[in-house]
Write a protein that binds this ligand. Sequence first.
Ligand code: XMP
Length: 211
Amino acid sequence: MTELILSLDVLDRKRAVEIAEAASPCIDAVKIGYPLVLAAGLGIARDLGGLGLPLIADFKVADIPNTNRLICEQVFAAGFDAVIAHGFTGTDAARACVAAAHDSGGACYVVVEMSHPGATEFFHGGTAERLANLAVDCRADGIIAPATRPDRISVLREIVGSKAIYSPGVGAQGGDPEIVARLVDGIIVGRSIYEAPDPAVAAREFARIRR
Ligand code: XMP
């Protein structure tokens, strides 16, 4: 089954909880990033804990190993179940995130190629492939790869094998959920759900990919 992950980039705590609750029957996890955490505080993880869904901290951690470890320890202490880290800072830095995640019983996913147009400036030309190999070497639980470029997902799948691939860029950024869902373990959807007139209905529509 391909999972549906709600990217909850709303800025109001109450609205965030309402949307997550409304969508919860149709989703498999909630991804929370800087917009919501900076607006509502890390306590949002506890506020959403009652949903019983995995909470992914999309902090794209990208510092030296010691700082990465300190950041990830705070993430898991706050109640998150997984963290997203960058790989470009190097194997030791990514490995620190993976170790902190696994020490807490959580998961770590490494960004290997991003979904926006500008990502091609740096991630193409072999870099994404190197980052995918780094994710394997670090024993990361999976990678983040772009729904906007299904051909690239297929290339990266060859490298990571059965490791999880989670893919943002569906909907608002143009990625086709039907195509991408066949290639990945989970699609990540934000605006197309939380900006919809009825987020519960929108989530149900996307959840058809879970079949
Ligand atoms: P939308 O509204 O575009 O939200 O559906 C997408 C969410 O995913 C994040 N995002 C990414 N995260 N690598 C990542 O690690 C990516 O390539 C990428 N593209 C989008 C984005 O910040 C938002 O939360």
